[in-house]
Design a protein around this ligand. Structure first.
Ligand code: F0G
Length: 355
């Protein structure tokens, strides 16, 4: 059964796999596409969430990392390396542990969510924090891996894109067709590039009758694709997409142009609103960066830029548990403590109900 698990086994015919590619899997992929009845009603569209937070390390990165690690093994590599805002490092660390590879990760000091750092450490990666941002970390990693016998596993590694495109297949399989619109957060721009590749390949294979429009959303303080130039000091509460110079910029712009899509920005306030709304009204907890997709859809609907009734798939790239600090700050207070008596508890329950 284990040999049949994961995205490589499931979508083998669409992936660059040979007889020599070793089997690697932590049962990634096969994540749910969750219909959102409450938000669909509120927004007047048919809204679905591709909940990538249910992957083995809690983000979509597992799809690309399993492919990159399988190919690194096939090529005889012993060490992998990446720059990361957190999720790539968690995935790299986990799959390296599984495959018996050394794993080195560069992270921007002070700007990675707690859960992601905990993961990289627990999985046994060598974690190096730099006094710089993601873009600077990626430049250093590209430099080092170009000169040393170390495999680069950021999404500039084409196997990452190959693995990640399988999420588009799954959305089409779940809907029986492609959505009208795919809404997705954009940081380094690998994932939007991967989804578009996936939708095109599934369409070419006769699996879908149409292609979606690709809608990418960046955080307003880290929106180089919206502005049309790199952002030297990107800032956003959504640290996963705190990126000013996306490596896969060309792939993202091609996806948007070819699909008649768009790229837009959402403020931190809009991101946090969508993040909280999704958890409260649908019971789905994602990380802040992931909520940029929903924030973008809300923004476009409210501006009258999105017609009613369309089927929209929003990608929720990572699990809310990755970033407990943001969730706690959202409500702004710790739970209230009361004496350990029935009366004290009932008094608080009545007070909360306003009576
Ligand atoms: N959402 C989350 C939760 C992410 O971690 C990332 C990227 C993105 C969206 C954006 O995806 O870069 O393909 O456009 N995280 C990378 C990392 C940069 O290092 O974990 P992208």
């Amino acid at each position: 059964a284990d040999r049949q698990s994961g995205i490589i086994a499931r979508y083998r015919q669409f992936l660059p796999v040979t007889e020599k590619t070793p089997h690697v899997s932590l049962h990634e992929g096969n994540t749910p596409l969750i219909y959102a009845p409450s938000l669909s009603r509120q927004l007047g569209v048919e809204l679905y969430f591709k909940y990538e937070g249910l992957n083995p390390t809690g983000s979509f990165k597992d799809r690309g990392m399993v492919m990159a690690v399988a190919k690194a093994l096939e090529e005889g590599s012993t060490t992998i390396m990446c720059a990361s805002t957190g999720n790539t490092s968690a995935a790299a660390a986990a799959y390296a542990a599984r495959a018996g590879l050394r794993c080195i990760v560069l992270i921007p000091s002070g700007n990675i969510a707690l859960g992601k750092l905990a993961q990289a450490i627990a999985y046994g990666a060598e974690v190096i924090a730099i006094d710089g941002n993601f873009d600077e970390a990626l430049r250093i990693v590209r430099d080092i891996t170009a000169a040393e016998p170390i495999t680069l596993v950021n999404s500039v590694n084409p196997y990452r894109i190959e693995g990640q495109k399988t999420a588009a297949f799954e959305i089409c399989d779940a809907l029986g067709t492609s959505p009208d619109i795919l809404a997705i957060p954009v940081g380094n721009a690998g994932n939007i590039t991967a989804y578009w590749k996936g939708f095109k390949e599934y369409h070419a294979a006769g699996k879908t009758a149409q292609l979606p429009r690709m809608f990418g959303f960046q955080a307003a303080g880290a929106a180089p694709l919206v502005l049309g130039h790199p952002v030297p000091n990107p800032e956003t509460i959504a640290t996963a997409i705190r990126i000013g110079n996306p490596a896969s910029k060309d792939g993202a712009l091609a996806a948007i142009a070819e699909s008649d899509g768009l790229v837009d920005s959402v403020t931190d306030e809009e991101i946090l609103h969508a993040y909280h709304l999704l958890a409260k009204s649908e019971g789905i907890f994602c990380e802040p960066a992931s909520a940029a997709s929903l924030a973008g859809v809300i923004k476009l609907r409210e501006a009258g830029r999105l017609e009613q009734g369309l089927t929209i798939a929003c990608v929720l790239t990572g699990n809310g548990l990755k970033d407990p600090n943001t969730a706690l700050k959202l409500v702004g207070e710790e739970p209230r403590s009361v004496p350990a008596t029935r009366d004290a508890v009932m008094a608080l329950i009545r007070e909360n109900a306003g009576g």
